[in-house]
Design a protein around this ligand. Structure first.
Ligand SMILES: NC(=O)NCCC(=O)O
Ligand SMILES: [Zn+2]
Ligand SMILES: [Zn+2]
Length: 483
């Protein structure tokens, strides 16, 4: 049984050309002119692109006394509806829980996925057990380890733990990841704000100014450099953090920054909305920023100092958000975006001239596939690649509304936004899952994608660190002591 996508224009991170794509057994088997297959998908007027990869999701995650509302079923269905064909979720051990135990919990949940998925492992505490189990985690194809520098008293790790873990990740050929906010300062500012009667959702933004992110990003970069490990900074939201990443990259450090579609397109005025629910639904960390910071993120994507656009999809219902009605620190942190990332980025990026279609593919799919070492199986339109594809119609429009979304929650932070550019078809390993807005995917179709450690970047960095490591100086005439 073969499928051919006909009459489209293939758009990859570096090429744009007209060709048909033949798919057999879930893989791309030919690219060329006038191909035929058992089933034909008409891509006239469309771009045929690698499906999106969202490297930052929290599906059914235990967090702040509740669970994020979208699970692997609804979350991956939402992903496909928006043209995303792979998600990478965070396995999150609770403090003192073993990594392998947490992995088992995530395996129990992910069997319901509609599209392919992988995991990052979070390091939420430090000890011999964590150190030992990290090796087995890597053997199981999970090579990226996330550290929270915020959420003091819950997930946060201190600098000594950060350094020890980063060294271990480096030795295992993995990549360190950070949620970069200074958790001590956030805790202090939050307590002060509450004491002064600032209890509303706007105080969430006051408690996490750009400086807390800039400081932590810079610290993480320096710690990673001393530990000799590549670093991936999640949800880069502001110039202070971007500046640290940009400077590090200019110095030759192996650092990547990941802005979110929310930070690129929504700003901090949302928190001043008179409607408590409206503001609380948008509480996430880091918070939305002002236009100046947004411009910095867009410039970073254009110039290459920022590499990937993700969602940090961590959706809570209005009811869940209301847990913090008297105290902003109790509002579950997180927003959705899986279904909207690609259409919103196309609309605000490609349709405005801020991004080229090739850059769009790079930052939604190819760059992260390379960073995570799944390229060219994912993130490519090449013979032999998985047929995770989106046939993108740049002329189709819709208005985003919670009423028609796949996500399980009762609102959408992009409600009312008009988007132009949507999937005509989304294919997951060759199977058509979405046709013109209609989702017809299969629960359980998604497969785990194991990843190999020791990427080219790891090897290059280790080689350089070895070459420049401190060495004792060979001396011949050492003066005698006590003379
Ligand atoms: N970002 C957020 O507010 N919630 C999800 C957890 C995290 O990534 O910090
Ligand atoms: Zn985070
Ligand atoms: Zn996150």
């Amino acid at each position: 049984m073969s499928t051919v996508i006909r009459n489209g224009t293939i758009v990859t991170a570096d090429l744009t050309y007209k060709a048909d794509v033949l798919i057999e057994g879930g893989k791309i088997t030919a690219i060329g002119e006038n191909l035929t297959g058992d089933t034909q998908l008409d891509a006239t007027g469309c771009y045929v692109m690698p499906g999106g990869i969202d490297p930052h999701t929290h599906l059914e995650m235990p967090f702040m006394g509740t669970y994020s509302a979208d699970d692997f079923e609804s979350g991956t269905r939402a992903a496909l509806a928006g043209g995303t064909t792979m998600v990478v979720d965070f396995a999150l051990p609770s403090p003192q829980q073993g990594l392998l135990d947490a992995l088992q919990m995530w395996d129990n949940k992910s069997g319901r996925a509609h599209c392919d998925y992988s995991y990052h492992m979070a390091v939420t505490w430090w000890g011999q057990q964590v150190f030992d189990e990290m090796a087995e985690v890597v053997k199981r194809g999970i090579t990226t380890f996330k550290h929270f520098m915020a959420y003091k008293g819950a997930l946060m790790v201190n600098d000594d733990e950060l350094f020890a873990s980063f060294r271990r990740v480096g030795d295992l050929g993995g990549i360190a990841m950070v949620h970069a906010e200074n958790g001590d300062v956030v805790a202090e500012l939050s307590a002060r704000l509450l004491a002064e009667g600032n209890t509303g959702p706007e105080a969430h933004a006051y408690s996490r100014p750009p400086q807390v992110e800039g400081e932590a990003t810079n610290r993480a970069i320096m710690v990673a450099d001393m530990a000799g490990v590549p670093l991936y900074v999640v949800h880069t939201s502001c110039e202070d953090s971007h500046e640290a990443i940009r400077r590090a990259r200019q110095q030759g450090k192996r650092v990547w920054g990941e802005p979110l579609i929310q930070h690129l397109t929504l700003d901090d005025s949302e928190y001043f909305n008179k409607d408590w629910d409206h503001a609380a639904r948008r509480v996430m960390s880091p918070p939305f920023r002002d236009k100046r910071n947004q411009d910095s993120l867009w410039a970073g994507l254009q110039s290459g100092s920022l590499s990937v656009v993700a969602t940090d999809h961590c959706a809570f219902t209005t009811e869940q958000k209301r847990t913090g009605v008297d105290d902003f620190t109790k509002i579950p942190n997180g927003t959705g975006g899986l279904e909207d990332r690609m259409p919103m980025l196309w609309t605000h990026g490609v349709n405005t001239g801020r991004l080229t279609p090739n850059e769009f593919v790079a930052i939604t799919s190819t760059n992260i596939a390379k960073i995570l070492n799944v390229y060219p199986r994912k993130g490519a339109v090449l013979v032999g690649s998985d047929a995770d594809l989106v046939v993108w119609d740049p002329k189709t429009e819709k208005t985003i509304t919670a009423g028609s979304q796949q996500s399980a929650i009762d609102y959408n932070v992009f409600e009312g936004q008009k988007v132009k550019g949507l999937p005509r078809f989304t294919l997951t390993r060759g199977v058509v899952a979405v046709t013109e807005g209609k989702v017809d995917s299969r629960e359980g179709h998604g497969e785990f994608v194991a990843r190999e450690p020791n990427t080219q970047v790891n090897r290059a960095l280790s080689q350089w660190k070895e070459l420049t490591a401190p060495r004792p100086i060979e001396r011949s005439g050492i003066p005698a002591t006590g003379v």
